[in-house]
Design a protein around this ligand. Structure first.
Ligand code: NAG
Ligand code: NAG
Ligand code: NAG
Ligand code: NAG
Length: 572
């Protein structure tokens, strides 16, 4: 193993935090990849040749993972639906109804342990948002559940009797089946759409009389027979407005005034992007700098051409899913979609923001759409997209395949150690373990992105402490992170990322967000120990209050993420 390099003198530190650091950070890897002669930098080029690694976490958690939220207790809260019969996970006695099986569970990532949880009403195709308190707010579902609001508390001790689902007495105004949620800067949740519901509403309401609000956009974007606008994509932008995308259209929406601020151009091409022609979308990582609002760019990938769902219903799969992605700089005065081609077609893709600033596109199928028995051609290779790679031909990388099809009703989430957990897949209206080639999947797998390769251990930062009382950051606060790093390579760049973990279902990660903070100073303490000072986000429209994972990222190699709270001064 090569010896750690001596760290740079402190007066070099400024260079690391150039405002273009994310570009610098990623292009520097390209540079290193070509400098194989420098033997003191071990195998950096394998960032490009390595394709990541899959492992089976457990063959069965007993429930098919339709919805997943990573909780700040490092549990995965996983749930399915309650209206189709028994799952493969028993509830402890007493049995609450004629169905004594669980349709929800807590999965302890470290201990590989499952705790069954009872659900009262049906959560099928529902939505959620992690609240600032660390509880999950969970809305809607089907029939008995379609107006329900549920919470699941932040419970570090999974055995605690309070660590159970609660259904609130206040219900939603409208039925929300296939709706989307967005956490707002004031801690409320915006709930949008649902099947045949063309409204939005807030949870909680500002007064008991508050109703829902009609949004014509939801009607306009609905295709007859196919819909193609369910589970709309929502992203909170730094200016406080909401970007809303459905089908092929998008708007900037001022939810405070109930006003459409602008309409964006249609995404080019024939492909539909929302359920059942399910694509996915992320707000690309934002780089913070002083009190300026950061630039915001939305990316939408995959989906299916019009008519795919109708054909899929007749089991005709001769139309290929979308191969395209579009990027839109949503705060520019007159933005245009920049289109790119994925190396593989994909419908029902999950898009996840990785702590290194790359986007992982995972799960899904090559033909057909979402819906029961409506897709074929499971797609086993994740694809990694590097948004700041200047050469477009190098932005997509096809990664190592798994062997388990992850079709309709599968999901994926990032966990603090940088792995991606993948679960679910049940394209049938019941659990069916004999249906071929796409049986109901109860397994959990973990995908280790290339950055977790053992050859990068020497380049991986490890956080020792964060100098912020109560692991809490207030807006604009300056704070220090102490970390160790065997071999610091200044050319790789160093970043501090804050990542809001999404509520993931039906290929959309609601509330997902990644911010790279402005780092102002780097000190080399001694040996392998460093201290970096950074500025917390400037406000709640940039970073809504709540729970984030903080990562120190050295080039494309992230540390393990540590949970941090972000809040305003007054919230105590
Ligand atoms: C689920 O339970 C059924 C019935 O007991 C069994 O046939 C099936 O193999 C189980 N599936 C899994 C994946 O454990
Ligand atoms: C709902 O109302 C019932 C009856 O008043 C009460 O017992 C229960 O605690 C309430 N549930 C919640 C979650 O507030
Ligand atoms: C998907 O559609 C393409 C284009 O028509 C076709 O060539 C391919 O065979 C289809 N794949 C499957 C798995 O049906
Ligand atoms: C499972 O799916 C197969 C078709 O793939 C079907 O023949 C069988 O009846 C299904 N089993 C159940 C229990 O629904």
């Amino acid at each position: 193993m090569a010896m750690p390099r001596t760290a740079p003198p402190e007066n070099n530190a400024k260079n690391l935090f150039h405002p273009l650091a994310p570009f610098f950070l990623l292009t520097s890897v390209t540079f290193l990849a070509t400098s194989s002669a420098d033997l003191t930098i071990p195998v950096t080029h394998s960032v490009f040749s390595g394709g990541g690694r899959w492992s089976l976490v457990t063959p069965s958690i007993g429930v098919s993972a339709m919805h997943i939220q990573l909780l700040p207790s490092d549990h995965l809260l996983i749930f399915d639906r309650t209206d189709f019969g028994r799952s493969n996970l028993s509830l402890p006695p007493p049995c609450p109804s004629s169905d004594c099986t669980a349709h929800s569970l807590l999965f302890d990532i470290e201990a590989n342990f499952v705790r069954p949880l009872a659900l009262v009403s049906d959560t099928w195709c529902s939505s959620g948002a992690l609240l600032p308190s660390g509880s999950l707010l969970q809305t809607g579902g089907y029939l008995s559940g379609d107006k329900k609001v549920r919470t699941f508390p932040a419970c570090p001790d999974h055995a605690s009797p309070s660590c159970v689902w609660t259904e609130l007495n206040h219900t939603l105004v409208d039925r929300r089946w296939y709706a989307s949620n967005q956490l707002l800067p004031d801690g409320r949740v915006f709930v949008l759409g649902g099947r045949n519901v063309f409204t939005y509403e807030f949870v909680p309401k500002s007064s008991p009389m508050e109703s829902s609000f009609f949004l014509p956009f939801l009607k306009v974007t609905r295709d007859a027979h196919e819909e193609n606008n369910l589970y709309p994509f929502i992203h909170l932008l730094p200016d406080g407005n909401l970007f809303i995308f459905a089908n092929r259209q998008s708007i900037l929406f001022d939810y405070k005034k109930g006003r459409v601020v602008r309409e964006y151009p249609f995404i080019p091409g024939p492909d539909k992007r929302n359920y059942p022609s399910t694509g996915s979308s992320v707000l690309l990582p934002m780089r913070l700098h002083g009190s300026d609002l950061p630039a915001a760019e939305v990316m939408v990938c995959g989906g299916a051409p019009r008519g795919s769902y109708t054909k899929a219903q007749r089991l005709k799969f001769y139309v290929q899913a979308s191969t395209s992605c579009g990027r839109l700089r949503v705060m520019d005065p007159s933005p245009r979609w920049a289109m790119e081609e994925m190396p593989l077609p994909r419908v029902m893709s999950d898009m996840l923001l990785l702590p290194d600033g790359n986007v992982l596109i995972i799960n899904g199928a090559t033909n057909g759409t979402a819906g029961w028995e409506d897709a074929t051609g499971a797609i086993f290779n994740p694809v990694m997209y590097s948004p700041y790679q200047p050469d477009p031909s190098l932005r997509f990388r096809v990664l190592s395949p798994n062997r388990i099809p992850r079709m309709y009703h599968s999901a994926a989430v990032l966990v603090p150690d940088g792995r991606v957990f993948v679960g679910g897949s049940n394209p049938h209206n019941k659990y069916n373990f004999t249906s071929h080639p796409y049986p109901t999947e109860l397994s959990l797998e973990a995908f280790s992105p290339p950055y977790l390769g053992p050859q990068f251990a020497i380049l991986r930062p490890s956080i020792l402490s964060i100098e912020a009382p109560g692991q809490t950051l207030t807006y604009r606060q300056s704070f220090a992170v102490n970390f160790v790093l065997m071999m610091f390579v200044p050319e790789r760049g160093l970043s501090i990322g804050l990542l809001a973990p999404p509520f993931t279902t039906h290929s959309f990660g609601m509330n997902q967000r990644l911010l790279f903070l402005e780092a102002t100073n780097l000190e080399h303490h001694s040996g392998i120990s460093y201290k970096v000072t950074a500025a917390a986000p400037q406000g709640s429209t940039v970073a809504p209050p709540g729970n984030y994972l903080l990562f120190v990222v050295h080039g494309e190699i992230p540390s393990r993420g540590l949970w941090m709270k972000v809040q305003s001064d007054s919230s105590g």
